[in-house]
Design a protein around this ligand. Structure first.
Ligand SMILES: [Zn+2]
Length: 166
């Protein structure tokens, strides 16, 4: 088993979309970022890379690289899942918390879980997405930022797809 942790922060601004776990959420303040600014997908990507001790999202998908401009963050995830499978691992489970003051995310949570489960090649029961506000304090509470934190556990694939699997 390998544990991974990832987090991500994006600034909020007007006239920007807000995409979380591949779900576009209607809001007056969206996330600013080089790619599609999907903070949940970014934190999950970082957590998987962390679990494998393969560096971070910035080293794999540098925002200085025009290739990743306005990228679909799920492409980051698909690429990272490929690395994970090469190493002979699969997702055991994932837990996440999205800190966002507004709007309420509850109606979108199951769709995010479904999207993540599909790209992570696991069951929806293994994916937890929770949402909290910033209680009107700090950058989240003042509606200046969105923050996401993720922990996950990887386990060896049953099929032992990696030659080095032990
Ligand atoms: Zn990000």
């Amino acid at each position: 088993m390998r544990i991974g942790y990832g987090n991500d922060v994006h600034r909020l601004a007007e006239n920007k979309p807000l995409i979380l776990g591949g779900v576009e959420i209607e809001t007056d303040l969206g996330a600013v970022g080089h790619s599609d600014a999907d903070a949940l997908a970014h934190a999950v990507t970082d957590a998987i890379l962390g679990a494998l001790a393969l560096g971070d999202i910035g080293s794999h998908f540098p925002d200085s690289d025009a290739k990743w401009k306005d990228a679909d963050s799920f492409d980051f995830l698909r690429h990272t899942i490929g690395l994970m499978k090469e190493k002979g691992f699969q997702i055991a489970n994932l837990d996440s918390t999205i800190n966002l003051e507004k709007p309420k995310l509850r109606p979108h949570i199951d769709k995010m879980r479904e999207n993540l489960a599909r790209v992570l090649e696991t069951e929806i029961e293994n994916i937890s997405v929770k949402a909290k506000t910033g209680e009107k304090v700090d950058a989240v509470g003042k509606r200046r930022a969105i923050r996401v934190e993720v922990v996950l556990l990887l386990r060896r694939s049953a099929d032992g797809s990696s030659a080095s699997a032990k």
